[in-house]
Design a protein. Sequence first.
Length: 160
Amino acid sequence: MTDKQFWQKLANIMKKPQNDITTIEFIQMLLQGGDEDLAVLALCIQDKHNPDSAYQLYAGPNDQRIMLCYTSEEEAKKNKRPLPPNDKRKIKYLPLSVRDVINNALMKDSIMGLAFDSESDHKYMIPKKLILMVLEAMDDMENGRIDYSDYKPNSPILPS
């Protein structure tokens, strides 16, 4: 799968209203993207001292960050978060390793989750705690601590 195909699969999930099942489906697609070494579009800002380097942007206060991600360049261009006046840096929409984005979120207490297409009507908010729960459930299934037969067919947490 290519990055653009991956983004389209995420966007297709987001056409459905967000609930527990669609959120788990979305997380499983993110994890598959990580397994396939794919990228997700993220809102970034140039480093002040090195214009070839950038940092992923977020919404919210420093201790409750929501990382800003997108399913297409068109969605990323909808960003309405301006830089402070006289800030010469540029906001960029960069493809970042989905594995790195998830690992960054999981390793930092200040990050609460990921927001996808935050300026659109079909935005999704992915809480970090739910990513951890899905990872744990998948690990339990793979290692035999949870029996597949305990779940209905097409359960949202069964590996596809």
